[in-house]
Design a binder for this molecule. Structure first.
Ligand SMILES: C[S@@+](CC[C@H](N)C(=O)[O-])C[C@H]1O[C@@H](n2cnc3c(N)ncnc32)[C@H](O)[C@@H]1O
Length: 225
């Protein structure tokens, strides 16, 4: 994997993202990094209304989805459990360079997470407090074990299938199905036909929904048992 530098990109809602030097794609949508996290991952999975959300994420990246979810849970006074997988973590400095419009309370939690962010890749990061718990496992999702019947929401957020095909493989989608609880929703930006058929074959009920601008998104639900 090619080392830094990452190219900064100001997205259309004013929030920052970075372009990965090896994958050649930005970590979040060019239409709005903060908007995408709040309006799509958070809301399409109905995490913004869940009384005790447990989010499983593929690709922690710059922690934008985590911070949007944290902010929402702090505002609602609900406890968040967030488990994310990241095979190619950025350094603490890179993570700290991508600021989001957080409340004072969320900023404090994020500052502690940055302090605990490992200097070298490997293992996992675990932080908890009155707000809930974050675990980032620095693993490749194709090899990783997921908890069984655990997640109320799945944020499937690798780079695109074209440049980063591994996390979109049938084996990973089946593991995500097993990791989801009945009624859990998965959200992602790919609407590729083959990918959606594989999601359905894994057991999900799959829909195309309006996403950003003219771009549709995929929402998949694990039916109640
Ligand atoms: C689009 S970015 C994720 C953005 C992130 N969700 C956020 O809110 O900032 C995709 C992430 O997936 C990670 N990734 C790519 N392949 C992976 C794999 N096989 N296993 C785990 N993570 C992977 C990349 O390193 C990258 O950080």
């Amino acid at each position: 994997m090619k080392a830094e530098p990452f190219e900064p990109l100001r997205t259309e809602d004013g929030s920052l993202t970075l372009v990965h030097p090896a994958f050649g794609e930005s970590y979040s949508s060019r239409y709005g990094a903060w908007m995408q996290a709040n309006e799509l991952y958070l809301k399409l999975t109905q995490t913004h209304q869940h009384p005790s959300p447990r989010v499983l994420e593929v690709g922690f990246g710059l922690g934008v989805n985590f911070r949007a979810t944290l902010e929402n849970c702090l505002q609602r006074g609900v406890c968040l459990e967030y488990l994310s997988y990241e095979a190619f973590p950025v350094s603490r400095e890179v993570l700290a360079s991508v600021e989001m419009p957080l409340s004072v309370a969320a900023r404090k939690v994020w500052a502690r997470i940055l302090e605990g962010w490992p200097a070298a890749p490997g293992g996992s990061l675990c932080q908890e407090g009155a707000w809930g718990r974050l675990e980032v496992r620095f693993e490749d999702v194709t090899q990783a074990l997921f908890p069984n019947g655990w997640a109320t929401a799945v944020y499937l957020d690798p780079f695109s299938p074209k440049v980063n095909p591994e996390p979109w493989q049938p084996g990973v989608l089946s593991k995500l199905f097993a990791a989801a609880r009945g009624g859990a929703r998965l959200a992602t930006y790919s609407v590729a036909g083959g990918f959606r058929r594989t999601l359905a074959a894994a057991g999900f009920t799959v829909r195309k929904v309006p996403g950003i601008g003219k771009k549709a998104w995929t929402v998949a639900e694990r039916p109640e048992a």
